[in-house]
Design a protein around this ligand. Structure first.
Ligand code: GRG
Length: 305
């Protein structure tokens, strides 16, 4: 994406700079919001911080902050919501890695939470991160169009049994079965797209966005979220575990249908590109203020981990 420099010339948006700056700001804020490792019982706070600061890409906070910027909002106002979505995301990964779910040993390039702290503490660390998300979100300042109640409702709906958890249930139930592209799309909409969409919606809300802006962000988040999971499926079969920081080839091993297993790699790449184009189209209403969101959507399509 191009932006105007002071000289009036167009220059590319500095996505690496934006990602590094937002990740650093989010890490500082998360560190302030979370109880210290020394707070009793220290085991749970060490376990929460272990997974939260294990080196995730911080894509959901970046999308939240990018959406706030697209609607003319500030990083400071969006930050509690950016941190809340990252806590929910990390909780979902900790639980997803448990032996009762995907049974994985590595995540974010490190041993999974239950491998280090044991299954009981990992369950509780996930629970605590989910709860922490609501506490942090309740610290937002509230806006004329979006009260604290509206913000908490948004988070609860995103993480609840009709969205994030529904996706995980459908994912578990599909294991070892042959499913259609439509059924796979249902899983992706919920287990992945819901939280990416919630992240951009909450960013917009932190800027007191108009209903039309919220609709545009919803469309953008929906398509970018679907593209994200198709790319994730592709990377699972094309990348190494070292590169991904988690076990590669997991879907095939767990007998899980994915876009590459149903439609093949090349068609999966075409689908991801089409979804990303639809995400770009949704941003037209924002003009140049959506440069971070445009750059993020472009990057998520070509990412290698
Ligand atoms: C309710 C018990 C219980 C569990 C919830 C919802 C859920 C478990 C799990 C979904 C977890 C999952 C693997 C979703 C897919 C989304 C996805 C591809 C996550 C990886 O996101 P990245 O690549 O990860 O942004 P980093 O580590 O970079 O943050």
């Amino acid at each position: 994406m191009l932006k105007r420099s002071p000289s009036g010339l167009k220059e590319p948006f500095d996505l690496p700079g934006f990602l590094a700056a937002t990740a650093a700001a989010v890490n500082r804020a998360l560190d302030r919001f979370l109880p210290s490792e020394k707070s009793k019982p220290s085991t749970i706070h060490r376990a929460m911080r272990y997974s939260l600061f294990a080196g995730g890409k911080r894509m959901r906070p970046a999308l939240c902050l990018g959406a706030a910027a697209a609607c003319g909002g500030s990083e400071a106002d969006a930050m509690p919501l950016a941190c809340a979505v990252e806590c929910i995301h990390t909780y979902s990964l900790v639980h997803d890695d448990l032996p009762a779910m995907d049974n994985d040993d590595y995540r974010r390039g490190k041993l999974t939470n239950h491998k280090v702290f044991g299954e009981g503490i990992a369950v509780l660390a996930g629970d605590a991160l989910l709860t922490q998300a609501f506490e942090i979100a309740a610290c937002c300042r509230g806006w004329p169009r979006y009260s604290h109640q509206r913000i908490i409702l948004e988070l609860a709906r995103t993480a609840g049994s009709l969205q994030l958890i529904a996706g995980q249930v459908a994912d578990l139930e599909a294991e070892g079965k042959s499913i259609s592209v439509g059924q796979l799309r249902y899983i992706h909409e919920r287990k992945t797209s819901a939280l990416l969409c919630g992240s951009v919606r909450l960013g917009g809300m932190s800027a007191n966005c108009t209903p039309a802006q919220l609709k545009a962000l919803t469309d953008f988040g929906y398509f970018v979220g679907l593209a994200f999971q198709v790319v994730d499926d592709i990377l699972d079969v094309t990348q190494t575990s070292d590169k991904l920081g988690k076990t590669a080839g997991k879907d095939t091993k767990a007998k899980k249908e994915t876009y590459p297993s149903i439609v093949g790699l090349e068609e999966s790449r075409r689908i991801a590109a089409r979804l990303t184009k639809r995400a770009f189209n949704a941003l037209n209403v924002f003009g140049s203020r959506a440069q971070a969101l445009r750059a993020l959507a472009g990057y998520l399509l070509v990412r290698e981990a």
